[in-house]
Write a protein that binds this ligand. Sequence first.
Ligand code: ZN
Length: 308
Amino acid sequence: MCRLYIYAALLLSPALAAAAPVPQADLPLTASVPGGVAIVCVGRAPGPAPQVVFEGQRVLVSRVGDAWQAVVGLPLALKPGEHDLAVLEGEKAERTVRFEVGAHDYETEHLTLANRRQVDPEPDDLKRIAREHERLVRAFSTFSDFEPEDLVFDLPSAGRVSGGFGLRRFFNNEPRLPHSGLDIAAPEGTPITAPAAGRVLETGDFFFNGLTVILDHGRGVVTMYNHLSRIDVAKGERVARGERIGAVGKTGRVTGPHLHWSVSLNNARVDPALFLSREVRAQGSRALAPASLGGAPAADREPVRCGD
Ligand SMILES: [Zn+2]
């Protein structure tokens, strides 16, 4: 409501449009580090939204006041330094917009698993894991035409945040891929709800992830829910914000019942805490201060402006 009012005011007053800070409550927090989200101005509105590509993947472009902002997911494996977005406007030739990615040292975590096969899978498991990996990458690479209804999410389950994003993990002292989501510990059967409106992109039983639901929120914004005890939705179904999609369990590679929640933008898994409202982060544990912000206390959303 408030936003509509501000947009109306901008339309009525060109002088105000030039000076007023742009409301920003509808975008995630920015953290231009691997595993974070960069918000990069890619053009002036009105006019059609430019198409933006980063590392071969289409990128979400959102209008904020008088600017088009690319909301870029930065993979955990991305090298700090300068990176380029390819920007296409209608028939116009491609141009490049450069942005800076800083470094961030994520914490280390050691976990012990009784099931050796979950640490060193057998040859048949490896084949299954490879097939499932392809299926997951296909889901995360989806770029649907519909716009995300909201980019500020609810927590998908009640519970204690037991594992932050980006942790450099060792299973039984062997290094494995860093933690690509947020863990919420809760008793088996605790409801899991959609943190925002979307469409069910995938469901299945995966070797590491256990019973899994993947939601498409539009334009490359994809979320994943792992280790479920049950799945309450079917592929292709639409879900409303707050609608139940499954329940917490301990299927797949786990040390106990919890929800693993991943958020992906342009096929890059990013810190889900960046998408939570300040109120939710303020109530949560230290793990809800985005790890990609150095685990610092919840920062305010900085208005993002287009430089001239
Ligand atoms: Zn996890």
